[in-house]
Design a binder for this molecule. Structure first.
Ligand code: NAP
Length: 489
């Protein structure tokens, strides 16, 4: 059948050298249809991406399923060597991998390079954890009926893992799924976000050079609903590991039946700034926390609660530092802030700011789109029921509100449907301890912004921020089945 390339309105287009293929069983395949991929910054077409049909996805799942045994036979040493090789290939292709992220996601190069450095670490951690995959001894004779029994557990691979990933960290968040899946001896079908398939396809190019059995890692591109549903509804897929928005995650959970599901979802991360802290140390961290990757980070600093003694100084210093940010082309290494992922997302962010202003909020800086870039925005006096406060803003917008007690700040942070990470800056050990106990989140950063993350730490939220933990050791545990063996001696 003649291949058709269609745009999002399904109009036929001319074939092009930018046409990409998806990766299955160590081979590159075309789909019947393709969609245009645009650069978020230049708005130019950068590729045509295959849009797999449900039956094409099912074929890929079959291949991953057929490769299970071969994958399970690999020793821990072999799995670790493959992961080390992936890390080394990223090291050798560091600049190219970062440029791909920058082009398809408009992530400024300084952050894209940072993402690749983290990706390298993530695969290295996965390699190390592959060698530490142990079960435990069970003291059988601690029970009345346990005499003469010898018991232990082993961690067995699940089989096919369906990995569905978001646009905002198209290489490192993929690594958080592919790394542990390989470490545990699973096979993978990866469905990257429609805006960032090129990073996933580049990963396939790298993995193709390793000793990973063909068919153990596959990338299938296409719409979230078609590819996602095929993965989520397949009986051959034993686990869905998803990172993305709460709405999609909750839908996946409802359709997944009895298969394992790990959900890493959104948040509106909060920070408390106590009196007496040194703002010169804190303000640069807040600027990075709020505005890196245009605020499109699941733990982006969105809500800041500052004790009244420091409020005016903090606002002045935060605004001055924000003004210094360099706005522009993501490929320019000096750029701090560039375009958001879609024009429609910038318009959505603008409408949320307008709603806030209509309801009494004050813009300290930003609040507008200039040269097609949503400008870094600080708002104050924001009521908690407004969208910029209670929903996930996922844009370079941060609110700063005044508090008169730490309890008020803790209550404000907890007044949220989300609970991924939170931060507090304080010099008072009792205050830090109280905050660590009372804040309802998956991770608390004392004397840091909530945006702090390194890749081996357990990471995952409560409430609508998700279920299950990432961080290599923890994700590997989620991707195995614990089997008990009891010997009657
Ligand atoms: P998204 O719209 O939820 O998309 C995430 C992935 O799900 C994409 O691959 C998407 O494919 C796919 N998808 C869409 N509809 C689907 C369906 N019905 N069934 C199965 N899969 C489907 O999220 P995003 O805009 O890419 O990313 C931003 C969100 O991710 C934010 O909420 C952010 O907080 C969250 N996030 C969380 C973490 C964390 O670790 N907690 C980390 C990063 C991001 P298409 O692109 O083809 O629609």
């Amino acid at each position: 059948m003649e291949k058709q390339i269609t745009n999002q309105n399904e109009k036929p287009l001319k074939s092009s050298t930018l046409e990409k293929k998806y990766y299955v069983n160590g081979e590159w395949k075309t789909a019947e249809k393709a969609a245009e991929l645009y650069s978020p910054y230049t708005k130019e077409i950068i590729a045509y991406i295959p849009q797999a049909t449900r039956s094409e996805v099912e074929e890929v799942i079959d291949i991953a399923n057929d490769t299970r045994e071969e994958m399970e036979k690999l020793t821990a040493y072999e799995r670790a060597s493959i992961l080390e090789h992936i890390a080394q290939l990223f090291q050798e292709n560091r600049m190219k991998a970062a440029e791909i992220i920058s082009i398809e996601a408009a992530k400024p190069m300084k952050f894209a390079l940072g993402e690749i450095d983290r990706t390298i670490e993530t695969y290295k951690f996965a390699a190390e954890e592959a060698k530490r995959l142990t079960g435990e001894m069970i003291p059988m004779d601690a029970a009345k009926n346990g005499a003469n029994r010898f018991g232990y557990t082993i961690e067995e691979p699940l089989g096919v893992i369906g990995a569905i990933t978001p646009f905002n960290f198209p290489q490192n968040l993929v690594a958080h799924k592919v790394g542990p899946a390989i470490a545990a001896g699973n096979t993978i079908v990866l469905k990257p976000a429609s805006q960032t398939p090129l990073s996933a396809l580049f990963l396939a190019e790298l993995i193709d050079q390793t000793a990973l059995p063909k068919g153990a890692f596959n990338v299938v591109t296409g719409s979230g609903r078609t590819v996602g549903d095929a993965l989520v509804e397949s009986n051959k897929v034993k686990m869905i590991t998803f990172t993305g928005s709460p709405a999609v995650g909750i839908g996946i959970r409802e359709k997944a039946g009895l298969k394992k599901v790990a959900l890493e979802l959104g948040s509106n991360a909060g920070l408390i700034i106590d009196q007496g802290v040194d703002l010169t140390q804190i303000v640069p961290k807040c600027v990075t926390g709020a505005f890196s990757n245009q605020g499109q980070v699941c733990i982006s600093l969105q809500r800041t609660y500052v004790m009244e003694e420091l409020f005016d100084d903090f606002i002045a210093q935060f605004a001055a530092a924000t003004k210094e940010l360099i706005i522009g082309n993501p490929l320019d290494e000096k750029t701090d802030v560039s375009a958001m992922i879609h024009h429609a997302e910038q318009e959505r962010a603008l409408s949320w700011v307008e709603e806030a202003v209509e309801n009494g909020a004050e813009i300290i800086i930003g609040g507008k789109i200039e040269n097609d870039v949503f400008m870094p925005t600080i708002l104050t006096n924001v009521a908690s029921e407004l969208k910029v406060s209670c929903q996930e803003v996922f844009a370079p917008i941060v609110i700063v509100n005044r508090i008169s007690s730490i309890e008020e700040g803790i209550a404000a942070i907890n007044d949220s449907n989300y609970g991924l990470q939170a931060g507090i800056f304080t010099n008072d050990i009792q205050t830090a301890f109280k905050a660590s106990k009372k804040l309802q989140v998956g991770g608390i950063m004392i004397n840091d912004v909530p945006t702090y993350r390194v890749d081996q730490m357990p990471y995952g939220g409560v409430k609508e921020s998700g279920t299950g933990k990432e961080g290599l050791k923890y994700a590997i545990h989620e991707m195995t089945e614990t089997k008990l063996v009891v010997w009657n001696q």
